[in-house]
Design a protein around this ligand. Structure first.
Ligand SMILES: N[C@@H](CCC(=O)N[C@@H](CS)C(=O)NCC(=O)O)C(=O)O
Length: 211
């Protein structure tokens, strides 16, 4: 059975877990924390990050690379649009979410969850407040991009939805949600995507694990 190295509250590990669930691929989750990895793990994941996927002798780090690989090995259901322009847009949203969105809203989760639960320290609410303020233009952007569609690209759930919705699970774990009165489309979109069985099962598992 393939092994996915990583912890369940990482937005990047969650991306891969959602993709595996959507494609119905069984796997074993090997708990590797994001910090203080062994030299042995760094041989598999040279940047020292999670996730890292092992399929027999084949080892592959990075959520984007792993999901692109999974698409070739398990093509159905497709998680990348067939249309070239939609494909390009989907990759763009994945990049936007993995970099800008995680970087901007990530501190909320870090302060309220990682700092509090993992390091047993009080969260710095000033940092939380600033991160939420910094996120407003990103939410404006996503609100406009989602428009009246159920998904962000074309008519089918894709890697773009996985990548955008994943860091918002962490936002929720930190006790925050997108203000539906200010960003109604983004808020409804996230509710829809998080209600898919793939996301829903993980959100429940993560909540239970966090106590
Ligand atoms: N581009 C990578 C990012 C992975 C990443 O940043 N993972 C975090 C955990 S959420 C990590 O392992 N951080 C440890 C570090 O940066 O040393 C991916 O998509 O997998």
């Amino acid at each position: 059975m393939p092994i996915l190295n990583g912890v369940n509250a990482s937005p990047f590990v969650r991306k891969v877990r959602v993709a595996l669930a959507e494609k119905g691929v069984p796997y074993e989750l090997n708990p590797v924390m994001p910090f203080g990895q062994t030299d042995e793990y760094r041989k598999k994941s040279p940047l020292g990050k999670v996730p890292c996927y092992e399929d027999g002798d084949f080892v592959l780090p990075d959520s984007s690379c792993i999901i692109a690989y999974l698409e070739r090995v398990h093509p159905k259901p497709a998680l990348y649009p067939a249309d070239p322009q939609q494909f390009g847009r989907a990759l763009w949203y994945e990049e936007y979410a993995d970099s800008k969105l995680v970087e901007t809203i990530g501190p909320v989760f870090f302060q309220r969850f990682v700092r509090k639960i993992v390091f047993k320290q009080e969260p710095d609410e000033e940092i939380v407040k600033q991160a939420i303020a910094n996120a407003a233009p990103l939410f404006d952007y996503l609100e406009g991009e989602i428009g009246d569609r159920d998904v962000v690209v074309g008519n089918h759930f894709s890697i773009a939805d996985i990548a955008i919705a994943s860091p918002f699970v962490n936002f929720g774990h930190a006790g925050e949600q997108v203000d539906a009165s200010r960003w109604p489309r983004l808020s409804a979109y996230l509710e829809r995507i998080h209600s898919r069985p793939s996301f829903k099962a993980l959100i429940e598992e993560e909540r239970a694990a966090a106590g």
